[in-house]
Ligand binder design. Structure first.
Ligand SMILES: Cc1cc2nc3c(=O)[nH]c(=O)nc-3n(C[C@H](O)[C@H](O)[C@H](O)COP(=O)(O)OP(=O)(O)OC[C@H]3O[C@@H](n4cnc5c(N)ncnc54)[C@H](O)[C@@H]3O)c2cc1C
Length: 449
């Protein structure tokens, strides 16, 4: 078997892996490799909306928005109700403004604060995105191009990692430490030995057996993530004593267009959009839930679907989003001249529609020409994973950590808490890029285990 010796070996070239490599490779003495299953298949960061949550950025200050990592952390815990991971959440919130400013100011990627992106439990505008809202793919391409410009990094594509390399830990011979991994390149195994191994292979939402094992309560949702999220790390980390945490929680989405699989802008409820089930009932206060929490409400409706209706003003407020562009291009959004036309098109009686669309207290009435789409619920990514400490080391049940190994992004526990309803918008990329940033910085600073 071919053997490579490096300083840092990273499994997975998505949000976490790329950020870890970018930071670690700032130290020119370090040799870093990423083994990536397949950029052709893609990572979830590629297909994401690319919304980066961060509190206390230069961009927020310039927009007159007062925010801080502490406030961000409180908002996340307010949504998740989970105090047990406060230190970990805070560590991600602390680095988030640093890497968002770094991406914008040092690397030069165009970012702005999304003041048009209200989200449940987000006390101030905190999502950062490119001005045209092009989604995650251009951002990830940009970061990978930056990586490609570094002499001390190799990105090996179409080369899935198959298993971790372990040996008895010299400090504690009864325990295993990680010394690299075995990957497959051109159909042949290659042994990659490293001082630090990083597992950044995301979660398990595209592994039906693991979804059944950990998250069967979600039923059979539409899957909106990439094919590569097969939970490969679970089989690697379990024998090392990893503790699984919050495995039922997922980043769900309650605004997935039925029959198309695109999503509509999560800001629509704040622009006045109304949700109505097949029986003509308005079954939820649309603004009381984030899109992840909304998924459970839609799952509970007849046919696991609901009609979303909004007017021209709401359309104008939400159209600048890759989600709306995708949905329009897919033919998922329809127009109705008014309630009678809407009733004809949807099969829901006009008087039921009229009652359902009465504005809730303090809300604007939807009027004039209407837009509508049938929505169902989907899963985008899992949020449960290995319990890690604030340095992204895997924590065993006795509190010890696994030497030589760092884990981040969807392979580790996220910030949603025990239930999908607890997911805060922008937390998927924050946990992934935040972990990558922390791991890379510590490695570059010489803290290698
Ligand atoms: C449709 C959608 C929209 C989203 N929008 C947002 C958003 O706007 N903001 C936000 O914060 N979050 C968003 N998310 C969530 C976010 O994309 C993920 O939480 C984040 O990408 C996780 O980062 P990661 O590095 O763990 O995984 P990924 O970005 O998925 O990267 C993992 C990489 O590991 C590779 N891999 C897997 N197995 C192996 C293996 N055995 N060997 C080698 N490589 C392997 C994969 O191919 C992939 O490239 C969205 C997710 C989806 C699906």
């Amino acid at each position: 078997m071919d053997t490579i010796d490096v300083d840092v070996a990273i499994a997975g070239g998505g949000a976490c892996g790329v950020m870890a490599a970018l930071r670690a490779s700032e130290d020119p003495e370090l040799v870093v490799v990423i083994f990536e299953k397949s950029t052709r298949e893609g990572c979830n960061a590629d297909v994401s909306s690319g919304s980066l949550a961060a509190g206390g950025t230069r961009l927020q200050r310039e927009a007159g928005i007062e925010d801080s990592p502490q406030r961000h952390c409180e908002d996340i815990i307010g949504n998740s109700g989970d105090e047990s991971l406060r230190d970990l959440v805070m560590s991600f919130c602390e680095v988030a403004p640093r890497y968002v400013d770094w991406i914008a100011d040092t690397l030069g990627y165009p970012l702005e604060v999304g003041v048009d992106m209200p989200r449940k439990g987000m006390s101030v505008p905190r999502l950062h995105a490119d001005p045209e809202r092009r989604g995650g793919r251009p951002l990830m391409s940009f970061l990978r191009a930056e990586l490609a410009s570094r002499d001390n990094v190799a990105f090996v594509d179409e080369a899935p990692v198959r298993r971790l390399l372990t040996e008895a830990d010299p400090d504690e011979p009864s325990r295993e430490r990680v010394v690299g991994f075995v990957a497959e390149q051109n159909g042949r195994p290659v042994e990659v030995r490293a001082t630090t191994t990083v597992v950044a292979t995301d979660g398990f939402a595209n592994n039906p057996a693991l979804m059944q094992r950990f998250a069967s309560s979600l039923g059979t949702p539409f899957y909106g993530g990439v094919s590569t999220s097969t939970g490969d790390s679970i089989g690697w980390l379990e024998p090392l004593g990893a503790q699984w945490m919050h495995m039922e929680a997922c980043l769900r989405h309650g605004q997935v267009t039925l029959g198309h699989g695109t999503r509509v802008n999560p800001a629509l409820p704040w622009a006045g959009a109304v949700l109505i089930n097949c029986d003509g009932e308005r079954f939820v206060d649309e603004q009381a839930n984030g899109y992840s929490g909304l998924a459970g409400h839609i799952q509970a409706q007849p046919g696991e679907r609901a009609l979303m209706v909004w007017d021209e003003q709401a359309m104008a407020e939400t159209i600048t989003s890759e989600m709306m562009r995708d949905s329009l291009a897919a033919g998922a959004i329809h127009d109705a001249a008014g309630l009678v036309d809407l009733a004809d098109q949807t099969g829901i009686a006009a008087e039921l529609l009229a009652r359902a669309m009465r504005p809730l207290p303090g809300r604007r009435a939807q009027q004039g020409r209407l837009h509508h789409t049938w929505l169902t619920h989907g899963v985008l990514t899992t949020q449960g994973g290995a319990l890690i400490d604030t340095g992204c080391r895997v924590v065993r049940a006795d509190g010890s950590t696994v030497s030589g190994l760092r884990v981040g992004g969807g392979s580790a526990v996220g910030t949603a808490g025990p239930k999908s309803e607890g997911y805060s918008s922008g937390s998927g990329l924050m946990a992934a890029m935040g972990a990558g940033w922390i791991i890379g910085e510590e490695i570059a600073g010489g803290l290698t285990s």
